[in-house]
Design a binder for this molecule. Structure first.
Ligand code: NAP
Length: 285
């Protein structure tokens, strides 16, 4: 890859770190890896990576990518790496406050800091489906964009280092709500012997139709105008009551819809019965 070949270090070779290092090797970069358990580096060394015996030995690269299990496990590794003058790209998952804390630590030491979250599984790294969201130093991000593009589509959100973690948790929350709803649905139809194989072909186009409502809900949240001639909240709250009641009657745990039932009922009690579902945000904020 000629002139754009860079020295890149990866700290952490768990499932995700190993995938990141593998993609960088595949793109022809000069890759150094460090992991607490060096044995995990084996397949990467076979592909041309260099093994650092300590985090400090990995610190002389153009860019150092960190992907460890948590911020608590990461900080001692970063302290040991001695990164002043380098660019650190932190891909360990955490909270916005944790990200801002590392950003301050990095700024105090003259480390260029980019904080990212990976919206993909390890198998997706290096494919067009992988998207990685970044916040922090735009200068450092732009300088390393070529390297970061190898891992997945890079999206820069802004200079606040906590933004990527905020988006990550918001998007994961949507994923967990959807998966929780799907599991509840499988449990409910399963009480009558309907298999996932039979039900899922109904669920997929339904989910796709539901996703089509999101821009409209978002626009109502943005404007605060909850008027609707489509579907009022009180009808949906009544539907949730039916779902909770039926779940109980069929002998399954109603916890998933019960959370939404409580929120919808509170919004109706607050006077939003004739408004759109978007008005429930008033009970969440
Ligand atoms: P993992 O397979 O469990 O790997 C964890 C990594 O952290 C390993 O390199 C492990 O080293 C290291 N580690 C744990 N405790 C340590 C300690 N006390 N000191 C030093 N190193 C320590 O996890 P993963 O799936 O790669 O996830 C890594 C990060 O990526 C997490 O923050 C995760 O949320 C994020 N992420 C993962 C995915 C995914 O689908 N896997 C998707 C998006 C984001 P050893 O090998 O020595 O145990």
């Amino acid at each position: 890859m000629g002139e754009s070949k860079k020295q890149v270090s990866v700290l952490g070779l768990g499932r995700m770190g190993a995938a990141l290092a593998g993609a960088l090797l595949g793109a022809g970069h000069d890759v150094t890896v460090w992991n607490r358990s060096p044995v995990k580096a084996g397949p990467l060394l076979d592909r041309g990576a260099r093994l650092a015996a300590t985090p400090a030995e990995a610190a002389s690269a153009d860019v150092v990518i960190s992907c460890l299990s948590t911020y608590d496990t990461q900080q001692p590794v970063l302290d040991a790496a001695a990164l002043p003058g380098r660019t650190l790209v932190n891909l360990t998952s955490g909270t916005p406050e944790q990200a801002r804390g590392v950003a301050k630590w990095a700024a105090d030491q003259g480390i260029g800091y980019v904080d990212g979250v990976i919206m993909a599984v390890p198998q997706g790294i290096g494919t067009p489906e992988a998207r990685i969201l970044y916040g922090g130093s735009e200068t450092a991000f732009t300088a390393q964009r070529d390297v970061l593009s190898v891992l997945g589509e890079p999206v820069f959100l802004g200079e606040d280092a906590g933004l990527a973690a905020l988006y990550d948790l918001a998007l994961l929350g949507m994923m967990w709500s959807t998966m929780g709803g799907y599991l509840h649905a499988l449990a409910l139809v399963g009480t009558e012997g309907v298999t996932p194989e039979r039900f899922t072909p109904m669920a997929l186009p339904w989910l796709s139709a539901v996703s089509g409502f999101l821009p409209g809900i978002g626009a109502q949240v943005a404007s605060g105008d909850y008027a609707t001639d489509v579907s009022a909240l009180d009808i949906n709250a009544a539907g949730l009551a039916l779902l909770v009641e039926t779940s109980r009657a069929q002998g399954i745990n109603p916890a998933v819809p019960a959370v939404f039932r409580e929120l919808f009922d509170r919004a109706v009690a607050a006077g939003h019965g004739a408004h759109a579902i978007a008005s429930v945000i008033e009970e969440i904020r």
